[in-house]
Design a protein around this ligand. Structure first.
Ligand SMILES: Nc1nc2c(ncn2[C@@H]2O[C@H](COP(=O)(O)OP(=O)(O)OP(=O)(O)O)[C@@H](O)[C@H]2O)c(=O)[nH]1
Ligand SMILES: [Mg+2]
Ligand SMILES: [Zn+2]
Length: 296
């Protein structure tokens, strides 16, 4: 499935022909990236999606009632886009990276709008993004406006399915337009008052890149957290904790109040960023609160 607007789906067959489809029944929730079984419609009616094939990976978030909502399926890599404007928010990046680790897929950070570099320095964006590099993630510096740095994205996405995620207004759709000229996706200005994005993209859409690989444009968020299971070990979501965690005194150490914790020692020594550790603690508290309030 390459795009969906409510019950109106756009499905592509193996030859690349696109078909308008509707799902069979109300319960079938098809998402971008899904592989589906479908049958042609009779006369002028749309084709019908009968079944969703098993999903290799799912990108999720909790819905309003705290249940798992799938945002996209079968992606191999998350490209987390950030920018100096709208206001840089590294906690959102951290949470997408946790989602990638829990999904078992690759992730990279794309720092867009580098043509606005004087703002970037003011907001500590370069320093924080270099920490992601130290943690083990590829970090790309791009300007979708000038088309600079975007060729690194081409290399990174070759041969697999990727999704652009991040705050509204950071330039996800602009990156698509820079890489797929024929796409001509609508981009939106930031709002004058708040400087936030305006949620211009309202549905995910998959694009084929001329150089190979698929790239899904997704609607921007104000905040993001993956759907969490109560018992999940969230420290696996922080790549740079893994090595030191092997030296914790307790093998089931959660790196919170436990004595002789090698992760906390690495934070004290400056080998792990304090901000990333705080982010881990915040997400762990959120998981603990799930028992009291499933809507969190
Ligand atoms: N200066 C500058 N502006 C950019 C760059 N990339 C995008 N923009 C601008 O940022 C604004 C938002 O861009 P979009 O591509 O719509 O952002 P988005 O992430 O797709 O936003 P949503 O669809 O709301 O999630 C537009 O005014 C773009 O022209 C860039 O590299 N430099
Ligand atoms: Mg967009
Ligand atoms: Zn520990």
């Amino acid at each position: 499935m390459i795009a969906g607007y409510g019950r109106h789906l756009l499905v592509e067959d193996e030859e690349g022909n696109e078909f308008k489809c509707v799902p069979r029944g109300r319960r079938l929730r098809v998402v971008c990236g899904d592989q589906v079984l479908w049958i042609p419609g009779e006369h002028d009616s749309p084709a019908i999606v009968e079944e969703i094939l098993p999903r290799r990976t799912t990108l999720t978030r909790p819905d309003r009632r705290g249940r798992e909502e799938v945002l996209a399926a079968n992606v191999d890599q998350l490209l987390v886009v950030c920018a100096p404007k709208p206001a840089f928010d590294p906690f959102i990046i951290d949470r997408y990276l946790v989602a990638a680790e829990l999904m078992g897929v690759d992730a990279a950070v794309v720092c867009n709008k580098q043509d606005l570099d004087e703002l970037a320095e003011a907001q500590d964006m370069p320093g924080i993004c270099k920490q992601y590099e130290r943690a083990g993630y590829p970090v790309l510096w791009t300007s979708a406006k000038h088309g600079t740095g975007t060729e690194q994205i081409v290399d990174l996405v070759k041969g697999n399915t990727n999704i652009l995620v991040g705050q509204s207004g950071v330039g996800k759709s602009s990156i698509i337009n820079a890489l797929v000229p024929a796409a001509d996706v609508l981009v939106g200005r930031l709002s004058h008052g708040s400087g936030e994005g305006r949620h211009t993209t309202t549905a995910s859409m998959l694009h084929h890149l001329p150089g190979g690989g698929d790239l899904i444009d997704s609607p921007g968020v104000r905040d993001y957290a993956p759907h969490l299971e109560r018992t999940q070990d969230l420290s696996v979501g922080f790549l740079e904790f893994r090595q030191p965690a092997m030296d914790c005194h307790f093998s089931n150490c959660r790196h919170l109040e436990e004595p002789r914790c090698a992760v906390k020692a690495a934070v004290t020594l400056g080998q792990i960023s304090k901000r990333r550790y705080r982010s881990y603690v915040m997400l762990t508290r959120r998981q603990e609160n799930l028992n009291q309030d499933p809507a969190l």
